[in-house]
Design a protein. Structure first.
Length: 308
């Protein structure tokens, strides 16, 4: 299977490098100094599960430079989804499938504006990883999982092939027959993790150990579950407590990509996370005051650290 990874950051870089190290045919689409490093020395992934490095030169600057491709793993930031989807349309016309590993619940709706439904696989991933420096991705902790599933039954064989490739690479993976529910389940956790670690500016251990921020974390996830249920997703009302119990098992130093972006002065995915929950809640006639407050607190940082 010929795989392209569009967005070689923490998520795309980690999973792409693992697949490449196991023998998959992987090409990265990257830019800037990160692209230069990948072309000169390959991509190094530092991980408690073992470091891996891809061969040099398996990286290009543009989607148009890719050869025949069976599957694109899409891992760009959410604000780049529209542009990425438009660039992928010619590949999809030739049969290439696209699997988004991005955050949020808006991503596949954007893809559908540019790509045929049968070319889209739904997906979610669970990992804490980020670019440490150009050409280097650091994986924090041991959590690294992909869940995916086709929206169209004709793509089931491709999903099975990807599953086999993931397992050969030591990536925990599974196929879901209700991938929309999985995406929302992940979204509940992600919104809670990103909102609290970014607003408080501390890792999850600090959040869950303090009674007031623990309550904040649960409330944020409960609001997200309410939006999911109103959107027709079958999540139980007790799901926030399930996710809170899961969060108690995470390494205390685990944080979120949005927290990393805030610390580095980068643009935030806030409008698609807590901001997205607040917007969807308003459309559905629901209240989401905790998510709205987080979105308001972080609003000045949405496009990066504000200049004084």
């Amino acid at each position: 299977m010929r795989i392209a990874v569009l967005g070689a950051g923490g998520v795309g870089g980690y999973f792409g490098a693992r697949l490449a190290a196991a023998g998959a045919d992987v090409t990265f689409v990257a830019r800037g100094r990160h692209l230069d490093a990948l072309q000169r020395q390959g991509l190094l992934v530092r991980s408690p599960l073992g470091d891996v490095r891809t061969p040099p030169a398996r990286a290009v600057a543009q989607v148009g430079e890719l050869g025949p491709t069976d599957l694109v793993l899409l891992a760009v930031k959410l604000w780049d989804t529209e542009e990425a989807a438009a660039q992928l349309a010619p590949l999809a016309d030739r049969g290439t499938a696209v699997l988004s590993l991005q955050n949020g619940v808006h991503k596949d709706s954007v893809l559908r504006r540019h790509l045929p439904e049968q070319n889209i696989l739904g997906g979610a991933c669970f990992i804490a990883a980020h670019i440490e420096e150009p050409g280097v991705v650091t994986h924090t902790g041991t959590l690294q999982k992909m869940v995916f599933g086709p929206y169209h039954p004709d793509r089931r064989p491709l999903a099975e092939e990807l599953l086999a490739a993931c397992r050969a690479a030591g990536i925990e993976a599974e196929i879901s027959d209700d991938i929309a529910q999985v995406i929302w389940q992940k979204f509940v956790f992600l919104v809670g993790l990103s909102a609290t670690t970014t607003a408080v500016r501390r890792p999850i251990g600090t959040i869950r150990d303090n009674p007031r921020t623990r309550t904040l974390l649960r409330d944020i996830m409960a609001e997200t579950v309410a939006v999911a249920r109103a959107s027709g997703i079958a999540l139980d009302e007790t799901f926030p407590d399930d996710r809170l119990a899961f969060i108690d098992t995470l390494p205390p130093d685990m944080t979120s990509s949005m927290h990393h972006d805030l610390e580095r002065g980068n643009r935030l995915e806030l409008p698609w996370l807590s901001g997205g929950v607040a917007d969807l809640a308003a459309e559905l006639g629901l209240a989401a005051p905790r998510n709205q407050t987080v979105a308001d607190i972080l609003a000045p940082y949405t496009l990066g650290t504000p200049k004084d």
